[in-house]
Design a protein around this ligand. Structure first.
Ligand code: HEC
Length: 157
């Protein structure tokens, strides 16, 4: 493995550890979602109600229920091959693994698939972990697992 890759992996490990300790701020996350994500994504429930973002935005997949969902499987969305492959290999979104994805989707997919040619169709990157944590806290409201994870966190103390 090239040295640079190792350095990046180390940074991922650190950022994931940092994230686990960090609780995001839902209100800041709502604002960050509006400025950084909603050009491409919205959150639409199974009744077709738009809970975040704007209607008819389909550049990126619907993020309703994204936590616990296998990556690359929102019905009807045309994903890139690498994200689909990662999902087939077992990638399911959690708050922890979404952090490095948001910070650098290409590196995340290359690392996950152990393939330096993996590509992402999401070209956007969130600049810092704190913002990623806020957006993730905001998004967990629209997934069932959010409550389970909160319960787990509470149980762990
Ligand atoms: C410029 C458009 C664009 C922006 C801005 C954008 N995304 Fe994406 N996003 C995409 C596309 C396109 C994909 C599909 C990626 C692929 O197929 O490789 C995607 C995929 C995703 C996925 C994987 C979903 C799944 O079903 O597997 C998540 C999670 C995600 N984006 C979250 C976000 C968040 C959170 C933000 C804001 C910080 C954001 N995205 C900003 C276009 C965008």
């Amino acid at each position: 493995m090239p040295q640079t890759t190792r350095v990046i992996l180390g940074a991922f490990a650190l950022s994931m550890a940092g994230f686990a300790a960090q609780a995001g701020d839902i209100e800041a996350g709502a604002a960050a979602f509006a400025s950084q994500c909603q050009n491409c994504h919205n959150v639409t429930d199974s009744d077709g109600e738009v809970l975040a973002g704007r209607p008819n935005v389909r550049t990126g997949p619907n993020l309703y229920g994204v936590f616990g969902r296998q990556a690359g499987t929102y019905d009807g969305f045309r994903y890139g091959a690498s994200l689909v492959e990662a999902g087939e290999a077992g990638l399911e979104w959690t708050p922890d693994n979404m952090t490095p994805y948001l910070l650098d989707p290409v590196s995340f997919l290359r690392e996950t698939l152990d393939n330096n040619r993996a590509r992402s169709q999401m070209s956007f990157r969130v600049r810092d972990e704190g913002t990623a944590a806020d957006i993730i806290a905001f998004l967990t409201q629209f997934s069932d697992v959010a409550e389970d994870e909160d319960a787990e966190a509470a149980a762990e103390g």
